[in-house]
Design a protein around this ligand. Sequence first.
Ligand code: GAR
Length: 212
Amino acid sequence: MTSIVVLISGRGSNLEAILRAGIGVQAVISSRADAGGLEIARQWKIPAVTVDAADYAVRAQFDAALAAAVDRFAPDLVVLAGFMRLLDTEFVSRYAGRMLNVHPSLLPALPGLHTHRRALAAGARLHGATVHFVTAELDAGPIVIQAAVPVLDDDDEHSLAARVLREEHRIYPLAVRWFVEGRLTIRGGRVVVAGARMPQAALVSPCTEEEA
Ligand code: GAR
């Protein structure tokens, strides 16, 4: 069985979506003691560890503690689910090809924070979510799957974030399942999915949303 460790910093809704999809998670590691996702881990009876960034004065010490906490479980796959800390390059290269992240934009557009606000400010008509393999660069790396949603005229940051989050909850479990099933190969910086029954991109139209 693929051993999976999920790293969180907050509410943990993506963690929950993965668990609800029937994917086994060996452990949850949080960078914050007050992360809501820790409660989700408890509910699902999954070992949860906190490596609180606030306890470390020096970043290198936090990095070392985090790496040790993850390595203890010797995971086959590390899943970043709302993990809001930069990872050090040594850790990233050790887990190269076996660490996934979900980001709330259609990468390579809008890496970083406040993606929904920035999409609205730019007048984007399409926005979305991306699951990608993690590389040393922030919110970059071979893309596994993306879902695009429309930006509607009356959207605010909240309504747009909710529409994108629904898609995150759909595509992240799918991407993790593909990994577990051994279907993902990175070729020349692009991800090939063997025998996928689902396309690697989906456009959720306003009609689909209203009908749903
Ligand atoms: C999600 O929207 C995720 O895409 C984002 O944080 C949120 C976590 O929600 N991640 C990033 O911005 C990473 N760059 P969750 O804790 O409910 O899963």
